[in-house]
Each structure stands twice: as C-alpha cells, then as structure tokens.
Design a protein around this ligand. Structure first.
Ligand code: URA
Length: 232
C-alpha cells in the first residue's frame, strides 16, 4: 500500500495534508525519514511512525448495516437483542463496533468498524458529518416550530441544537438532516417543535447510503473509496 494512502486512511488528514506531513519529515518508515509520498509499504512488516507514535497497520474493516427496529446498538446486552446478533461472528472477533448509536426502535444505516480513530472521528462531531433521517410523526409541526429547527432549536432540557435542514411532506412525514448526534436528538427536536416521532429511519451518514443494503438486516463491507469521502 502507498504510504500516503495508509496515513489518510488512518485519518491523519486529506492526501494534501498527509503529503505535507511526509515533506516535513514527521513520518518514519522503519526508523528512516520517508521522502516519497508514494513510497510503497508492507502492512505486514514495516513499522510506520508519525511524530514518534506508531501507526497501526492491522487490517481495518468498515461495514454498513441496515439495522432493523427492535435491536439495541451494542456489541452485547444482558437483556435485549443487539445488532451484533445479526452479523457474522467473525465481525465480533475482528473487534468491530458500532459507530454511534441508533435507538432500539430506529432502523436504517448503521456503520461498524474496528478502526477506532476513524470511528471516533465520526462520532465526536468535529467533522460535521450530515446524517439524513426520514420520519413519521403525530401532532402538529407548526411553521414556527419548523423555523426553529432550521435556526437551531432549544430542547426541553436546555440543550441547544445546531441549525438543521428539514422538509415536511404530506401524511405527517418529514426528512431531517442533522450534523450532531445528541441523545435521541431527532425525536427531541421534533418533540420541541410540537410533534412526536412514531417512525424513524436513517438514510445516510456523510457519503454512505443504504445502497446495496436496502432491506433491514442486510450488511456489506464497504471499500475505502466510500470511506475516503469522509476524509476530504
Ligand atoms: N435521533 C433519535 O432520536 N434517535 C435515533 O435513533 C437517531 C437520531
């Protein structure tokens, strides 16, 4: 694998930023300063460091899963069925964990990985990854409530949400895009605007969609081309 590809896969930055790291002499391969960005490395035998810290070259897996309702987003739970129950045991053995959380009654796109750096970079919100949800609600979403969602709604417990996009359709349906991942965020935003969510489905996380896993329970490994969409 190319040195610059490894480093950008490991969330050291965009290709351009990684090239700068190499140029600045901060990257060593087997103790020797790397000089070429397209330097070819062996994931099995080479030791790569950035600023003296070793970069893991273990194989990393990225999985997209269409979570059905009724499963808790966890690797294990003493009481409830968990998403890992629906995935091959090998994934558990690979140390794959869910990236963020969907509620038990929420369905849709859930990403899993054993790449802790990447997973946490998606969860911590600094990347502002847009997440799109379809929902059905009861009650009334007033124009004023919708406006507050667009401007950044204040939740009942005083939590301030960032501005979100929302489109409201007939039959009490809506599509909302948020860039955060607060606890029960969509349900609480709709609640603060006068509605109550009765059905929630996540359609996408950044550039990754449910394409190829249209049916609940389906999963597939995703290749790094899709993952690269997060690194820009
Ligand atoms: N917002 C929610 O309220 N629930 C989810 O599962 C995801 C986002």
């Amino acid at each position: 694998m190319r040195l610059d590809k490894l480093l950008s896969n490991k969330a050291f930055g965009s290709r351009k930023e990684v090239h700068q790291l190499i140029k600045d002499g901060r990257v060593l391969v087997n103790g020797v300063k790397a000089t070429k960005k397209d330097y070819s490395i062996s994931l099995k035998t080479d030791i790569i460091t950035v600023d003296g810290v070793r970069v893991s070259t273990e194989q990393q897996y990225y999985i997209k899963f269409h979570k059905p309702a009724g499963y808790v987003t966890a690797v294990e739970d003493p009481v409830h069925p968990v998403v890992m129950d629906l995935l091959p045991l090998e994934f558990k053995k690979m140390g794959v964990f869910p990236v963020g959380r969907l509620d038990k009654d929420t369905e849709g796109l859930l990403l899993l990985t054993n790449d802790g750096v990447w997973g946490h970079s998606i969860i911590n919100g600094h990347k502002h990854v847009p997440k799109v949800y379809d929902l059905t609600y009861t009650g009334t979403l007033s124009d004023e409530g919708i406006q507050r969602i667009r401007e950044g709604i204040l939740l009942g417990d005083g939590t301030q949400c960032k501005p979100a996009q929302i489109e409201v359709f007939d039959s009490n349906q809506a599509r909302i895009t948020i860039q955060e991942g607060k606890y029960h965020q969509v349900k609480r935003m709709i609640g603060a605007a006068g509605g109550e969510v009765t059905y929630l489905k996540r359609l996408s996380v950044g550039p990754i969609t449910l394409d190829g896993v249209e049916k609940p329970g389906q999963f597939t490994k995703i290749d790094t081309v899709e993952i690269d969409g997060f690194r820009k």
